[in-house]
Ligand binder design. Sequence first.
Ligand SMILES: Nc1nc2c(ncn2[C@@H]2O[C@H](COP(=O)(O)OP(=O)(O)OP(=O)(O)O)[C@@H](O)[C@H]2O)c(=O)[nH]1
Ligand SMILES: [Mg+2]
Length: 336
Amino acid sequence: MFENLQDRLGSVLKGLTGRGSLSEADVSAALREVRRALLEADVALEVVRDFTARVREKAVGAEVLKSIKPGQMVVKIVHDELVEMLGSEGVTLDLNAPAPVVIMMVGLQGSGKTTTTGKIAARMTNRDRKKVLMASLDTRRPAAQEQLKQIGEQTSVDTLPVIKGQDPVAIAKRAVQAAKFGGHDVVILDTAGRTHIDEPLMVEMAEIRKQANPHEILLVADSLTGQDAVNLARNFDSRVGITGLVLTRMDGDGRGGAALSMRAVTGKPIKLIGTGEKMDALEEFHPKRIADRILGMGDIVSLVEKASETIDAEKPRPWPRRWPRASSTSTTWPNS
Ligand SMILES: Nc1nc2c(ncn2[C@@H]2O[C@H](COP(=O)(O)OP(=O)(O)OP(=O)(O)O)[C@@H](O)[C@H]2O)c(=O)[nH]1
Ligand SMILES: [Mg+2]
């Protein structure tokens, strides 16, 4: 994932870093390329616009650090803005509620809800020593409840016994009750998916929510989906209200930009990523690590970070304190 984006951004920014001086026109040209690279990677237009505007603003106001070349400064700014776009700090699942804490999984058909349910349950059981109950609310696909049962057996996690003919809302109610009686810390509700967002799906999700009062509602989204992913996230958030995102198939070789947009569009944190089909292929999402991976210029970023740390000890050079204005594109930074 992100290979193309990494190549493109890498070559644009490398062109800047070696230069001793940089005009505003140079920065504008580079930002146009950055914009194109992000759009080609499927990052949503509104997110790209915001991103490039912020980079430009920061680059224009950037202070000159003695030991840093302007191009390196721009790399650092792009890096920081990528981290910001991805959500700054890593956010994990919130279990801070009275037991049983209800987690509801929502998303389109085949996005990875059932697999992720198993992964989360297995991790909580093995790593966090929690007692977890999983319940399939998928009454549409004939084998769905059986699929979760098998995952439960495979991971040694309890699943709610299947009662044929029960509707999803009734199953949700029974699951929460069973978790209370069974002394479970967490109950995970795996809901049904559809090939596209439709009214009955949204109504069903809203009803389940009302019944089960989940503490976390996780939208599971396939990171290989293109621009539709953004509408998907927005729709689920406005209709059901999500508390976080799980991006699956991060092990695939898609462009990945849509996934990168979801956080910016919904404002909801990406809490976990799926990196394979196996039950242990689940990772926490660290915005900085992903940004590092996309940019692949860790050496420059840390160089600028170090220089910024010593900024107090270092006397800023008197000129130019700011990037040259558009009218003076001939003015260049006096870096050696
Ligand atoms: N490579 C890879 N495959 C995944 C990942 N997550 C899920 N899958 C696969 O995707 C397929 C669909 O996963 P499910 O968990 O059944 O998806 P779902 O959202 O429950 O599907 P429905 O219940 O039909 O809506 C399965 O073959 C999974 O093994 C992942 O992170 N990486
Ligand atoms: Mg499923």
